[in-house]
Design a protein around this ligand. Structure first.
Ligand SMILES: Cc1cc2nc3c(=O)[nH]c(=O)nc-3n(C[C@H](O)[C@H](O)[C@H](O)COP(=O)(O)OP(=O)(O)OC[C@H]3O[C@@H](n4cnc5c(N)ncnc54)[C@H](O)[C@@H]3O)c2cc1C
Length: 379
């Protein structure tokens, strides 16, 4: 059977479903296809952090030149937090978004100095991170370990619930007329006189334009059209504790080791920070016990009150990544009508703005922010 649409979106994660919403809201004929269930990959398995600070581990390991190259992306993420703020009211559902502020804590003078240098770059790009003395840290977050000698605070950071956002965008897109097919895998894609044709088990889809929102699989989708994009999948893991009494008021990071830590509305604490899981020879994923131990040690070193909380689940998932951490957003110059919408590593934070920008480009509107300097598609 042959279906037709103006815009075919490949991928039903946060980015694909939000793109479907922004386009359908503007009256575009949208068809989204998802190989699994909606939100079954990174968008539904992430740690729910709304980030603005440059990741500390990468600042240390990749260096200041990497951070300076990445930093023009920060205003885009800031713009996404502004969208997040209004999404609950706009889409008609509480997405448990809250701007609690994020704090990175440091245990040594060397760590604190690195945090200061990182903060200077963030400030240059409009992120209002402020250094904290030990006394300021204690007064702002008394639950942080007394071993920490200071840190930095970013007021616009926070959290949202990854189990709610994608389906809420999808429902809103459907209300505006978007069609969504699940268990519909694009197996092949080719250009035609009128645009593109996708081959699925259930038949063909002809579209004038295509958005590649396949996350870690975006490179594979692009290769169907002979295009080489440097996008990969990396196995990570996150843990969740049992619900505990209110304890962790902020999004917590540590300069002493990889950590993101936050307490959700239901009292559970989500603990992650980019620790890798294991990829099995058959392609499946498994928890890495060493990563789990190190992640929990870093969390307890920052917030000793977590010591008695039991971990109820740890899960692995693949994150979409690029080596320079820059997003790939926009129309591919040599393939008119083929758009890539891929925000790596922190795509939960940036999913809404990434989708809005792509929709604006497709609608021929001026993008809300200048993506020329941001997207790696532009060199
Ligand atoms: C463990 C973990 C923790 C993370 N923590 C955070 C965090 O705290 N904050 C943050 O900002 N970011 C975080 N991220 C990153 C974030 O989750 C992702 O960057 C973001 O969800 C990517 O969204 P997406 O819609 O592009 O991709 P995905 O959610 O991966 O969706 C892509 C979809 O495309 C579908 N697809 C692929 N191939 C095909 C095909 N051939 N046909 C049809 N459909 C196809 C897939 O099935 C998938 O559902 C984390 C990621 C992981 C894995």
């Amino acid at each position: 059977m042959i279906k037709t649409c103006d815009v075919l979106i490949i991928g039903g994660g946060l980015v694909g479903c939000a793109s479907a919403y922004y386009l359908a809201r503007a009256g575009v004929d949208v068809l989204l296809v998802e190989a699994n269930d909606l939100n079954a990959r990174a968008s539904g398995a992430n740690a729910g952090s709304i980030h603005l600070q440059i990741p500390h581990h990468e600042f240390v390991t990749l260096g200041e030149s990497w951070a300076n190259n990445f930093a023009p992306v920060l205003p885009m993420m800031l713009q996404s937090t502004r969208l997040w703020k209004q999404l609950g009211a706009e889409l008609g559902r509480d997405l448990e978004f809250s701007q609690t502020g994020g704090i990175i804590v440091a245990r040594t003078v060397e760590q604190l100095d690195l945090v200061r240098r990182k903060t200077e770059i963030e400030n240059k790009h409009g992120i209002g991170t402020q250094m904290l003395t030990a006394a300021e840290l204690k007064s702002m977050a008394p639950y942080i370990s007394c071993d920490m000698i200071g840190g930095a605070y970013c007021p616009d950071e926070g959290k949202a619930n990854p189990l709610l956002a994608t389906s809420t965008f999808a429902d809103a897109a459907k209300r505006h007329g978007a069609r969504i097919m699940i268990h519909a895998t694009v197996m092949a894609l080719k250009t035609t006189a009128g645009g593109f044709e996708a081959k699925l088990h259930s038949g063909q889809i002809r579209a004038h334009r295509v958005i590649n929102a396949a996350g870690a699989d975006s490179g594979r989708i692009a290769s169907m059209l002979g295009l080489s994009l440097q996008i990969d999948g990396f196995p990570l893991q996150v843990s969740v504790s049992e619900p505990i009494e209110p304890l962790v008021r902020h999004l917590i990071y540590s300069a002493a080791g990889k950590l993101t830590l936050k307490q959700m509305k239901n009292g559970t604490c989500l603990i992650g920070g980019g620790w890798s899981s294991r990829q099995l020879p058959d392609g499946g994923l498994a928890i890495d016990p060493d990563s789990l131990t190190s992640n929990l040690e870093t969390a307890i070193a920052a917030v000793p009150g977590l010591q008695s909380a039991r971990i109820v689940r740890t899960w692995p998932a693949i994150v979409n990544g690029t080596t320079d951490w820059r997003p790939l957003i926009g129309e591919v110059p040599r393939l008119p009508g083929f758009y890539v919408n891929m925000f790596p590593w922190m795509g939960f934070t940036a999913g809404p703005i990434s989708a809005l920008l792509t929709a604006e480009l497709i609608l021929g509107r001026k993008p809300s922010i200048d993506i020329e300097r941001i997207s790696a598609l532009n060199g």
